[in-house]
Design a protein around this ligand. Structure first.
Ligand code: PXL
Length: 282
């Protein structure tokens, strides 16, 4: 997909409903970079502010649920949205507010605006980004509203208690998650160690499984990788792509974003959106 902007014409509009990372690697910063790189105007509903650098998270401030809902409704009522995604939602109360606001704003699989749910539960350092008590709300309130959910294998274990160590279990996880109500399930295989130099993500729509293989890179600089992939998928949907095409687009995006990832600080560096922005500066 070429990045094009016709002068004076509004690009597709997408919203990230997520948390901030003061280090700029993950969360809303990664989402907005991916939206921009993929030719989409990004809107945001902040759910939590994290105090964070490349080493870890040292503080979390949750935004009041009614403020989260108000951000969604005020944007949808004026700017309009062609797709939306969720990232760090932090608490059951915020999840409840997001589910209600999405219904009111026409966001979700049953409505006009597709919704990507990235069930963020922890940072790559293991810092908790979601209250334990919020898992039920995630499964019960958000999955049935999702156009596509994008869990990694750690999130699969948390959500359905299944330890995925091989491809057969990855298929089983996709089937079990599909039962919770999303239209599509993408079980990401990045943490599957049986694949030495490939990383196979698995898409399931209740009938057909599609394996999406990509190269595996030996790098610790994958901070914000899940957020970036889900945002690229969301951007694809905002452009009007069908879900399987948007997911394939997101996979191509994240392969290059990881290939171009860079060191930052003393800990884990971020994946890069810059690879899609090819013009010379200045
Ligand atoms: O990558 C998951 C994620 C999402 N959102 C925020 C984060 C992180 C990981 O650290 O900090 C705000």
């Amino acid at each position: 997909m070429a990045i094009e902007q016709t002068v004076g014409r509004t690009p597709p509009r997408a919203m990230t409903i997520a948390g901030t990372d003061s280090g700029g690697g993950a969360g809303i910063a990664a989402d907005l970079r991916a939206f921009t790189a993929c030719g989409v105007h990004g809107c945001l509903a902040v759910c939590a502010v994290t105090v964070q650098n490349s080493i870890g998270v040292t503080g979390v401030h949750k935004i009041p649920p009614e403020t989260v809902a108000a951000q969604i409704l005020t944007v949808a009522g004026d700017i309009g949205l062609d797709a939306a995604k969720t990232g760090m939602l932090a608490s059951a109360e915020i999840i409840e507010a997001v589910a209600r606001a999405c219904d009111q704003a026409g966001i979700g699989a049953a409505h006009r605006t597709p919704l990507v749910i990235d069930p963020v539960a922890a940072s790559m350092h293991g810092d908790q980004l979601l209250a334990d008590s919020a898992l039920d709300a995630f499964r019960g309130l958000l999955f049935p509203r999702a156009t596509v959910i994008t869990p990694n294998l750690d999130e699969v274990r948390l959500l359905i208690g299944l330890d995925v160590h091989d491809r057969a279990a990855q298929y089983e996880a996709a089937k079990l998650l599909y039962e919770l109500g999303p239209r599509y399930v993408l079980v990401k295989g990045g943490h599957l160690r049986e694949d030495a130099d490939v990383c196979v993500d698995l898409l399931y729509d209740g009938h057909t499984f599609t394996e999406l293989p990509g190269p595996r890179f030996e790098t610790g600089n994958t901070h914000g990788g899940g957020d970036s992939m889900a945002s690229a998928i969301t951007a694809g949907l905002a452009h009007g792509m069908a879900v399987p095409d948007a997911v394939a687009f997101g996979k191509r995006y994240i392969v290059e974003a990881v290939r171009h990832s860079y060191p930052l600080g003393a800990g884990h560096g971020p994946v890069s959106a810059l690879w899609r922005i090819k013009d010379e500066p200045g």
